[in-house]
Ligand binder design. Sequence first.
Ligand code: SAH
Length: 216
Amino acid sequence: MTAPPQLTGARRRLVEELRHKGIRSEAVLDAIAKTPRHVFVPTGVAHRAYEDSALPIGSGQTISQPYVHARSLELAAITPTDTVLEVGTGSGYQSALLGALAGTVYSIETVAPLADRAREALRLAGTTNVHVIVGDGSAGWAANAPYDAIIVSAAAPSVPAPLVSQLAEGGRLVVPVGDREAQRLILATRRGTRIVQSDGEPVRFVPLLGEHGWSA
Ligand code: SAH
């Protein structure tokens, strides 16, 4: 989909802002440069689509700040042949970024109307390698496991065990872990039978609900 020229300019400025804030992955910056974020936000806030800020998307949920998406994607170190699981489709914007970076993406969302809207936005954005599933992603999605990367877009009380078990050898799991108010972005990598975990920067996500998340 071709964006109006003023949006293209705004998107270019967003990419420069993210670079300035420390995003180093050219692949991630390139994905952001070519993905129309305005398609994934409600029309009422579309004029703010290229600000580096979180925005409301309905059903009490938010599309994350582009910097947070960029950081999560950078940590996940996605390559073009990867099979990726995203937990928390929300608007579908990060799913589109994943689609630009990976081979195949499965994205799971609990709220069916959000999943429907995300599918439509992905279609408008021209993304064809993202499959949106309605379900509880706190248990992962065993049907298509193992995954080279798993990105969780909602905050978990601890690293959900099923997600770790669905990682391929060398697979990366990026998940915000903490309490309901504040979390840290954790990177867990599978090395044989070991899981190597590093503690990242402070973030704030909406809660991951479900069997391996918070109860509503
Ligand atoms: N990356 C998304 C962020 C959406 S907010 C975006 O850019 O728009 C997090 C999303 O996680 C919400 O849509 C919420 O409904 C969803 N969610 C919460 N718990 C979930 C679960 N157990 N399984 C799947 N999705 C979940």
